[in-house]
Design a protein around this ligand. Structure first.
Ligand code: C2E
Ligand code: MG
Ligand code: MG
Length: 397
């Protein structure tokens, strides 16, 4: 151990430790959009030692701290040079061991100090912290991540799904990126259970507005499946291996622009087509509510810019109607309650009507009443007999 430490110190002095860069590609356009810096030890005889042969050992002590900061400096130097040479730049992710969480109190301060010394804009650096740090060091990590992001750096959870599963950190800690570990994907992604697990991970990650990156993508089959999940970025040997600086510069020159691209409509995942459709719908209807009249429940989708929904996004339908009525002009409340009562909507449905519609005056955040048109469309789900309704709410004023 002692010997290794001395060797590593010398290696840093002699610049035998170098970052290799592995590009990350947009899953739909195949464009190079970011990269990860991965350490390599290039011995004087030109042999290359991979990180597995020394990083785990260094991680047993504080020695890893110096190595990570060294890597950050090397990456900053590179970014700085790249800028001066006018080469297209992409954000670069740097790995930080969980030991930083244990041994350092002012991580964000030190990060800024180094990055600013090299005059690199913070948006070009992403901090990668392995999932195990979130699980084991969870106490202070929320604050730590907050302090890093406050300075304008992005934060990624690395190796998601590779270790102990304790998902509470995902909801407690606000990060930018979730890196899905290669352990979760098999060669062809053909196992049904594996697909269900992956689909669910992407689903929750995207609902939490996280950027998703899958690591270790080696086959076209994996890529195909990940696209249907809406995975945002791909990092893997299928596209590129970690490479020395000069090769990465060449990749930045040739792969960061959109070339003759495939038609986005033909390669996009169903989920992104649905997203486009939703965006179009939301421009007219900022609030969309799915209700199950048979079960007295609802599920609400509000556009990002839609201001006042004090209701939870799912709940009891009758409570939603009561709440909705309470925000309306007193003269409209009765009509609203009656028109949209479960009994009356069921009756309309039984009579074969396609929709129910009502205009009411609704109080905005500014205390002013505006006319809102609510149209409820009856829809069918082939697997159940429940009476389902989609409500589209349109601001008329
Ligand atoms: P990581 O951060 O999860 O990095 C991704 C690893 O997956 C890299 O291994 C990369 O070469 C490998 N990989 C990427 N695509 C594929 C693929 O398609 N197939 C396969 N089989 N592997 C793929 P690498 O470079 O050997 O690094 C291993 C680990 O060492 C890293 O895992 C990271 O935990 C650690 N590491 C690397 N550089 C640093 C560093 O500067 N600081 C710290 N603390 N850890 C580092
Ligand atoms: Mg990493
Ligand atoms: Mg990883």
């Amino acid at each position: 151990m002692k010997e290794l430490l001395l060797d590593v110190e010398k290696a840093m002095e002699n610049h035998e430790l170098v970052p290799y860069y592995q590009p990350q590609y947009d899953a739909l356009t195949n464009r190079l959009v970011s990269a990860e810096a991965l350490i390599r030890w290039i011995k004087p005889d030109s042999s290359i030692v991979p990180p597995v042969e020394f990083i785990p050992e260094l991680e047993k002590s504080e020695a890893i701290l110096a190595v990570d900061w060294y890597m950050l400096k090397e990456v900053c130097l590179f970014l700085n040079k790249q800028k001066e040479d006018g080469i297209p730049q992409v954000p670069i992710a740097v790995n930080f061991s969980r030991m930083h969480m244990i041994y350092e109190d002012d991580f964000a301060g030190k990060l800024c100090e180094i990055v600013d010394t090299y005059q690199v804009e913070h948006k070009w650096i992403e901090v990668e912290i392995t999932e195990s740090a979130f699980v084991e060091e969870s106490s202070g990590i929320e604050k730590l991540v907050g302090s890093i992001r406050k300075e304008g750096f992005c934060v990624a959870i690395d190796d998601f799904g590779s270790g102990v599963s304790n998902l509470s950190f995902v909801k407690d800690v606000d990060v930018d990126t979730l890196k899905i570990d290669k352990a979760l994907i098999s060669r062809n992604c053909e196992d049904e259970k594996e697909r269900i697990v992956l689909e669910s991970i992407f689903n929750f990650a995207h609902r939490l507005k996280l950027t998703t990156v899958t690591e270790g993508v080696e086959t076209r089959e994996q890529l195909g499946f990940l696209r249907t999940c809406g995975c945002k970025k791909i990092q893997g040997f299928l596209f590129a291996r970690p490479m020395p600086e000069q090769d990465f510069i060449n990749a930045c020159k040739t792969q960061t622009q959109l070339s003759e691209m495939e038609d986005i409509l033909l390669v996009q995942a169903p989920s992104s087509a649905t997203q486009l459709l939703l965006d179009a719908i939301f421009t007219k209807y900022p609030l969309v509510i799915f209700s199950n009249l048979t079960r007295n429940s609802y599920y609400m989708m509000a556009y990002d810019s839609f201001s006042s929904t004090s209701c939870p996004s799912t709940g009891v339908f009758e409570e939603l109607i009561a709440h909705g009525a309470s925000t309306m002009h007193p003269d409209d409340q009765e009509a609203f309650r009656t028109t949209f009562s479960i009994a009356n909507q069921m009756a309309a449905y039984q009579k074969g009507e396609k929709s129910v519609r009502l205009i009411t005056r609704q109080m905005g955040d500014d205390g002013i009443y505006r006319r809102v048109e609510t149209t409820n469309f009856f829809v069918k789900n082939p697997s159940v007999d429940d009476v389902l309704v989609i409500s589209l709410c349109d601001n008329l004023d």
